[in-house]
Design a protein around this ligand. Sequence first.
Ligand code: GBH
Length: 447
Amino acid sequence: MFNIDFIFGASTASYQIEGSIDKDGKTSSIWDTFTKTKENILDGSDGSIVCDSYIKYKDDVKLLHELGVKAYRFSIAWSRVIDKNNNPNQKGLDYYINLCKELRKYNIKPYVTLYHWDMPQWLEDIGGFLNDEISNYFMHYTDVVTKAFDGYVSDYITINEPQCIMFLGHRLCVHAPGVKYNDKEMLKAIHNLLLCHGKSVKIIRKNVKNSTVGFAPCSRPMIPTTNDQLLYKKCYEEYYKLDRDNEYPNNVSIYSDPVFLGDYPKEYYEKFKDILPKITKEDLELINQPVDYIYQNFYSGTFYSLDKDNNLVKEPFPFGYPEGNIDWLQVVPQTLYYGPKYLYERYKKPIIISENGFCNNDVISLDGKIHDPERIDYINRYLIELEKISKEIPIKGYFYWSLFDNFEWNSGLKKRFGLVYIDYKNGNRIKKDSYFEYKKIIEKGGI
Ligand code: GBH
């Protein structure tokens, strides 16, 4: 069981569920642009309708209420609430205010993510994260939102998965905007992104009474296959290694060290000494604004062992073990034990799991229901591990990803993560078996 005040929640993001991509003064976002090129998306789909949450938000809240969650994590589409002249768009703000009012009716706390990847296209056109003004634009956006939501929202998450923004969006180019940065540009963009976070935190503190703030990176923890102390230590070091797998934009310490510890790791200055962006003491102080939680999105992990010379080696995922139907989602429940453990050991702050979930090719059975025993198994196995670690360190909450099947970015609509099935033919929403399972878990307060 978890503590009595443990927060059970569910998560979504604007572009993945809302639809209505050009209603009420919304401008285009980079995802509206990116999905126009059909080859960018596995099944050629886009976010123009998906769960239709812009229209059906009251039904969304009913589903959350019946599920029994205390909290709902959703994101704001920047392109709905700020117009092309950088002025507030009241109609867009009203959508989210109405959503919050509805949530409050049922005593569900909104957890608002400010940036879940859908940058306004007009900002991308003037350089996106390479524009040195981007953090001022983000600060202004934060100011507008926090003032408009005054009294409705006190819990904010600045940025979702900086790793995916930079690595998938600007290195592999499989996500929007699909603009490739070289190393020098990458470092500058990362620094600007961290400044967005820091300046935004400052504004939230100024405008919001009793606020809580965090940002939500993702990571794939190293899972030791034995209890050997040396193996644990090496896994921990590997987790924080700046250039692990030669993928520094996809790793942990380049973002989380500045945010929680106030500086980039030592290796950063050594490795990049010739191409460093301009970093001032004031910048580092801004980025290091006190935050309340470490949010983290955890889905899967990788097994490791030691060879006979005590070198760390990656183990293959055991043949025949359960996997989701998306290539990176192996079922590794210990992810929710070791992941939080590594984070707490280095950053020493309470942890909230902002996303965790299972992807399946769910179908409507003859009886009209969605039977998803694999997802039920996943949730139980992962929460058992989370309960275990919560006896050792402060774990404050868990948000299942996702309330709905939704637009899974470049993987399109066929990759289903929801507790609620969406029938894309007619827009019907059907509660899966896992919805009822999660409801039971919440009622009991744990596994
Ligand atoms: C999260 O990202 C997102 O926040 C959410 O919007 C999304 O729908 C959900 O999870 C499910 O995917 O580096 O090439 O090996 C997903 C987490 C982390 C998945 C990085 C892909 C590995 C890609 N992602 N991961 S790669």
